[in-house]
Design a protein around this ligand. Structure first.
Ligand code: MN
Length: 335
């Protein structure tokens, strides 16, 4: 069985420096281990010595590559963001040219300057052969539902490529609920809440009414959305029918369909870093096997257990093939 892994990371020296400055700025309420990124850093910057042999060993046909977090979203200066995003995308395009049958790529977007981000997306797809974009959460507090960013969605829809929202930390000032509980930070819990909420902002913004073919991807088995879908929809119906205790503010833009319509038509999720059989079966029942893509989240997670999971988890064989590679081939336009 072919396996395409959809949320796999790389880095280059210039991006590693962004992370250092970003960590100083966000005031994460726990310290990062000294040198904690050193081995990961080595794996992120490698393509041929460790990465490709590992892919061969575990039967990973193709990795869809994107920068690690925070990537370009960690910058504050728009000019620097525009320049460095182009530099990173050129670099990624070069890796894909070296191994076109093993690597695909998602572009970094300098959303500090949305029109420039739209142009960079188009250049990355048409000139560099990239297959969409990955955005590491909010860009200095700007989320992807903001009207200033719709030009990027318009371009993505016209190019028929997806935008992947990768987790990041909340904006400063939203840490209170995690105080004293470092166990809940990052991948354990708060990235899921942050990223799931970000995706729901996009869905409830009405963006998919404007651009019905736009495609949004989130990782980690859907950042809690498949499990929460029934209640989300139930409460939304009550709100719009006036049966809720809450009142919809006048002038608020309303979506034309129920949220589940967009979640089943415009949203894809990946299995990155979440090897739970019950969670996968919930996602299949909740949003459908056509909307799920395999991902390992290398090198932050290991390839071996991720591949073992998708090969052996108790699901229908037809669904396994869709999730392991068929859905990804369609999205990447591999014939
Ligand atoms: Mn990741």
């Amino acid at each position: 069985m072919k396996i395409i892994a959809f949320e796999e990371h790389f880095s280059l020296r210039e991006l590693a420096n962004i992370r250092r400055d970003y960590m100083n700025r966000i005031q994460l309420p726990i310290r990062e281990k000294a040198g904690g990124m050193s081995n990961i850093g080595r794996l992120l910057s490698d393509f041929e010595e460790i990465r490709l042999p590992e892919m061969d060993r575990y039967g990973i046909t193709r990795q869809v590559l994107a920068t690690g977090s925070p990537g370009i979203q960690g910058l504050t200066d728009p000019c620097e963001a525009v320049w460095l995003a182009a530099y990173a995308n050129d670099f990624l395009g070069e890796q894909i040219r070296r191994h076109p049958d093993r690597f695909s790529g998602l572009a970094a977007l300098p959303l500090q300057d949305p029109p420039a981000a739209a142009r960079e997306l188009e250049r990355s797809v048409l000139e560099l052969g990239l297959s969409g974009a990955m955005v590491h959460g909010h860009t200095n507090g700007l989320y992807l539902d903001h009207p200033s960013v719709w030009c990027v969605w318009e371009r993505a829809a016209a190019l028929n490529v997806p935008i992947y929202i990768h987790p990041t930390d909340p904006i400063p000032g939203q840490w209170k609920i995690y105080e004293g509980y470092p166990e809940l930070l990052s991948a354990a819990w708060n990235w899921g809440i942050e990223t799931g909420t970000h995706a729901l902002r996009v869905i409830f913004s009405g963006l998919f009414d404007e651009f019905p073919t736009a495609k949004l991807i989130v990782g980690h088995m859907g950042e809690l959305i498949p499990y929460a879908l029934w209640r989300l929809e139930h409460q939304y119906k009550q709100l719009i029918h006036g049966d809720s205790l809450l009142e919809m503010p006048t002038g608020k833009r309303m979506i034309k369909q129920l949220p589940s319509r967009y979640i089943r038509n415009n949203l894809y999720i990946t299995t990155s870093g979440n090897l739970s059989a019950p969670a996968l079966r919930c996602a299949i029942e909740s949003i459908g096997a056509d909307r799920i893509l395999f991902a390992a989240d290398y090198p932050f997670e290991k390839n071996a257990p991720a591949v073992d999971f998708i090969r052996t988890v108790a699901i229908a064989e037809q669904d396994r093939e869709k999730i392991a590679w068929r859905n990804a081939e369609k999205l990447l336009k591999i014939i």
